[in-house]
Design a protein around this ligand. Structure first.
Ligand code: FAD
Length: 434
């Protein structure tokens, strides 16, 4: 088979991680991307930094992530929490392209205007008229990707990002609940200040575009937290960018010659603070999905199921985390912004208590040697996608044996003492009583 031409649309964290994963599998990759249209800073946790390093985006991070003290003003209480990292997206996105070039991907700067696709391949036309041909397409244009059908949407939300130059100082970030929404704010060491308010697009009557900067400045003046962190410099009108922040789950995320990753597949509510994490999660699994579709087309259904199920589960998990955080704000009860968000997407708990009796062994798609394969995994109410390995040990034979009435001691007898202890602890966490 000739080498497939793989084209990735969008060089954000999802497109970047997918490109590097494909390079690691030996594929030639082209990435075409425009630049983000505005300067933004995003808050990420230590876990996201580790995920980005694992994805091969370490040098991008070294330049762009700054630790910051974090305040949370929610449900009438004020907390100083463990620090978060502030990611300067302009720096990060630019360094990410350097990471891509170093990994051997071809990076083309340009804006995609049209995409024509059929079973034979894709023709992508850029704004400058250049046409790119591809056998396989990765859609990673984030929230700007065309919307598919059959998707799940959260309450309609808009976020107004304001930025201005303040005095240099210690990097800080804070989140604050408001009657009709919530605000996230941050200051970088060089004095760049960001304040982003998220509101319900239907319930809030916003003024016209020209009046928005003054409207936002007025709202900042009403916040004691803004005054404390930024001083009177925050009360002037600032540069403003409005964008949708509605949580959206795309319909189909895999076809016979294309796949969606990152926000193009599922964009979560920014309150979860996990957008980059979830975009990475779908991108880290995508190279194995693409490898399978290209090399073993007979397994395309298995690959599709793997990618789709994981995206849907992840989306629902973050939607429920967001719901529970909204629900903590008791003053929101009865308010048009808060009520729909306290109950969306459903009333299912994030975690279901362990119950060994409900575990089942099923054949499910897994990643094996860079491909999607099928294996026996342990499925339970809290692990609907199944667990294959725990610290490198397959757990399905163990659960199978116990369910068939074998003694735990017999099942573990051939294993080293450390592994036995680890597996006993895992079984206890699954609700197994010896
Ligand atoms: P993106 O990062 O959006 O990258 C897409 C790339 O495609 C961009 O480079 C873009 O320029 C390019 N592109 C788009 N259209 C075209 C086109 N037609 N042609 C060529 N290129 C194109 N996440 C966090 O972890 N922490 C936060 O604090 C946080 N805050 C957020 C606040 C708001 C208001 C919003 C909306 C999101 C926030 N997120 C946050 C989420 C985070 O920004 C995204 O989840 C993440 O950037 C998604 O990565 P991606 O690679 O899928 O898409």
């Amino acid at each position: 088979m000739p080498e497939p031409r793989i084209l990735i649309l969008g060089a954000g964290p999802a497109g970047g991680a997918t490109a590097i994963g494909l390079r690691r599998l030996g594929y030639d990759v082209e990435v075409v991307s425009d630049w983000r249209r505005f300067d933004a800073v995003e808050g990420v946790s230590q876990r996201v930094l580790e995920g980005l390093r694992h994805a091969g985006l370490g040098s991008a991070l070294a330049l762009a992530a700054v630790p910051a003290r974090r305040r949370v003003h929610w449900n009438g209480t004020d907390q100083q929490l463990n620090q978060e990292y502030l990611l300067d997206r302009r720096l990060f996105d630019s360094a990410l392209r350097d990471d891509l070039r170093r990994a051997g991907a071809r990076v083309i700067e340009g804006r995609v205007r049209e995409v024509h696709s059929d079973a034979q391949g894709h023709r992508v036309v850029l704004d400058n008229g250049q046409a790119l041909l591809a056998d396989f397409l990765v859609e990673a244009r984030g929230r700007q990707a065309p919307l598919g059908s059959n998707r799940l949407r959260g309450p309609e939300s808009v976020s107004l990002l304001n930025l201005w130059q303040g005095e240099p100082g210690e990097p800080v970030s804070a989140v604050e609940s408001l009657d009709d929404g919530w605000a996230w704010m941050a200051r970088m060491a060089d004095g760049r200040c960001y304040w982003q308010v998220t509101l319900d697009s239907g319930a809030t009557r916003l003024p016209g575009r020209a009046q928005l900067p003054d409207y936002c400045a007025d709202r900042r003046q009403q916040s004691a937290l803004v005054g404390e962190l930024f001083g009177a410099g925050a009360w002037q009108a600032a540069e403003l960018h409005a964008r949708s922040s509605t949580a959206i789950l795309a319909g189909d995320c895999v076809g016979d010659n294309w796949v969606k990753v990152g926000d193009a597949a599922m964009a979560v509510d920014p309150l979860s603070g996990n957008g980059i994490f979830q975009s990475l999660s779908s991108a880290l699994q995508a190279p194995a999905v693409i490898n399978t579709v290209l090399r073993h087309p007979q397994r395309v259904d298995l690959a599709r199921r793997f990618h789709q199920e994981r995206i849907e589960q992840l989306f629902l998990r973050f939607a429920r985390i967001g719901r529970d955080f909204y629900a903590q704000e008791q003053r929101g009860v009865g308010q048009p912004f808060w009520d729909p968000r306290r109950s969306w997407p459903d009333d299912q708990p994030i975690h279901v208590p362990a119950d060994f009796g409900k575990l089942q062994v099923e054949r499910r798609p897994v990643i094996r040697d860079g491909l999607i394969d099928e294996a026996e995994v342990v499925v339970g109410p809290d692990q609907p996608l199944g667990i294959w390995h725990v610290q490198g040990v397959e757990v399905a034979p163990l659960v199978h044996g116990l369910q068939a009435g074998q003694r735990l001691e017999t099942l573990l007898a051939h294993r080293p003492a450390g592994e036995q202890a680890m597996l006993r602890a895992w079984l206890t966490a699954q609700g197994h009583r010896a």
